[in-house]
Design a protein. Structure first.
Length: 131
């Protein structure tokens, strides 16, 4: 599926990392208006470059390269910041019927489960826009 979509895919990590810290960094980036820079870096780090996104040092490097303040990233990674928000988002997804990763809730109305082609998202957005 990756190659069909023209996306890079390299799996060099021997284990699936715990993504909780990456989610925390993502929420920090969202709050600082840097999500559009940080999120793609984290995805590329994991899926293409095989970076362990559970490793705080690796996350810090990606976050700083995406424009976040290193000291603030360190503080978030050392604590429980954003964990309540992440848990609430996870509960909302599960209540909507999502049971795996990836899954998206679009416009608080439609669940798109699993890895889907771009066209699926286009159809969902189109239908929501005309409804």
């Amino acid at each position: 599926m990756f190659s069909e979509a023209g996306l890079p895919y390299t799996r060099e990590i021997d284990r699936v990392p715990n993504s909780r810290r990456a989610l925390q960094v993502g929420e920090l980036a969202r709050d600082r208006g840097r999500h559009e820079e940080v999120h793609p870096r984290l995805m590329d780090a994991y899926w293409h470059r095989g970076v362990d996104i559970g490793d705080p040092e690796a996350l810090r490097a990606e976050a700083v390269a995406g424009g976040l303040d290193g000291a603030e990233v360190d503080e978030v990674l050392a604590g429980d910041a954003y964990l309540e928000r992440i848990a609430a988002d996870t509960r909302a997804l599960q209540e909507a019927g999502g049971g795996g990763v990836p899954a998206w809730i679009i416009d608080d109305r439609v669940l798109v489960p699993g890895a889907q082609p771009h066209e699926v998202f286009e159809r969902v957005v189109e239908r929501l826009g005309s409804g």
